[in-house]
Write a protein that binds this ligand. Structure first.
Ligand SMILES: *Cc1c(COP(=O)(O)O)cnc(C)c1O
Length: 364
């Protein structure tokens, strides 16, 4: 690796990329993988079959470019989200990471700034540097919460061009109160700032947790981003999307690559959306395991954060890297997010969750 880094240093890499490290959650092949918040449930057989047959049909026309506007998919995503949205409010790309990158390409870039509030999704600063956007880290209170008043004050002070609010937040798991989104949007009025709410985990939120989708009417700079990677168990298919005013999609059409969503991807996503109810039934099962983890960790004397996602962020760990390694030695991979005293674990199937809890109990 050192030799490779040395060779890289001789290439004419952009100055602002020199010395940066790529995104890299470890991909280690162990029996229990609970480290990147994947949906560990296999697809129900009927959904598997529907995807295979849709892909097979798409392959028949694969000599042609796919529908550049992925119209059927946008219509289906709008129907899934509800909230009075229609196809023109939807946009999609290869994972919500690509959606976010396109937003930064269109609205960020050299001389512009992106603000988010760490600890939050580690990709935001990386997407900023890849697009030449300056990253500004806002602050949370010591218990990782963020109030409307504090967020708005920081946005007024920093005047960012783009703000990303992650709700439910990764890695803490907790959803933001909707007044935070409203206050940040209002604080961005003077600077005409784009406000993105990353709702990658929204389907896992406790019943009654409001989505920022309800705030979209009359807020043309607000973008709600979603993904099929988590609730729909399609991480390997790469399909993320957003809902916003139609002119947001017009901006992204200027930066997306032609035909960026393959016919295979469009067919896969459409087939999965047609089976949304059976996929979302697994979400209910994952929520049960999530609540079980919170409860049992409390019994172990640890301090799990309230979770509206498919993972649990927990404190009270004296030596996180040692506990992380101990679990790994026992065949259980979780995530050390680099925050002193804390670790993060994804809720798996009942059996995987049991293995994690037993393994942790032995270690403590
Ligand atoms: C997992 C995750 C995503 C999803 O990324 P995809 O590119 O859609 O797979 C987006 N945002 C956050 C905060 C995540 O944790």
């Amino acid at each position: 690796m050192n030799e490779q880094l040395h060779r890289l240093s001789k290439l004419p890499l952009r100055e602002d990329l020199q010395g940066l490290k790529p995104y890299g959650a470890p991909q280690i092949d162990v029996p229990i993988m609970l480290n990147v918040n994947e949906n560990t449930h296999e697809l129900p057989p009927a959904v598997h079959e529907a995807i295979v047959s849709a892909v097979s049909e798409a392959v028949s026309g694969i000599n042609r470019y796919p529908d550049r506007e992925f119209t059927a998919l946008r219509r289906s995503l709008a129907a899934y989200l509800g909230h009075g949205l229609s196809a023109e409010n939807l946009w999609a790309a290869n994972g919500s990471n690509e959606v976010l990158q396109q937003i930064l390409q269109a609205f960020g870039g050299p001389g512009r700034t992106l603000m988010s509030f760490p600890p939050t999704y580690s990709m935001y600063p990386l997407l900023a540097s890849a697009t030449g956007t300056q990253y500004v880290a806002g602050e949370r209170t010591s218990d990782f919460s963020l109030t409307a008043e504090s967020a708005a004050e920081q946005v007024l002070e920093e005047r960012p061009n783009i703000v990303i609010l992650c709700s439910p937040n990764n890695p803490t798991g907790t959803a933001l109160a909707p007044d935070v989104v409203e206050a940040v949007y209002e604080a961005g009025n003077a600077t005409n700032s784009i406000v993105i709410v990353d709702e990658a985990y929204e389907e896992f939120a406790h019943t009654g947790t409001p989505s920022a989708l309800a705030l979209l009417p009359r807020r043309e700079r607000l973008i709600v981003s979603r993904t099929m990677s988590k609730a729909f168990a399609l991480a390997g298919a790469r399909l993320g999307y957003l809902a916003a005013a139609p002119e947001i999609s017009d901006a992204l059409r200027l930066v997306r690559l032609p035909y960026h969503l393959s016919a295979i991807t469009q067919a896969t996503a459409l087939a999965a959306l047609a089976h949304a109810p059976s996929l979302l039934a697994n979400v209910e099962d994952i929520k049960l395991q999530r609540d079980r983890i919170v409860e049992e960790l409390e019994h172990m004397g640890l301090t799990p954060a309230p979770s509206d996602s498919n993972f649990v962020f927990f404190g009270g760990i004296g030596n996180p890297s040692q506990v992380w390694q101990g679990l790994l030695d026992d065949g259980v991979l979780i995530r050390d997010v680099g925050i002193p005293g804390y670790l993060r674990v994804s809720a798996g199937t009942e059996e995987e969750t049991t293995r994690f809890l037993e393994s942790l109990r032995k270690l403590l």
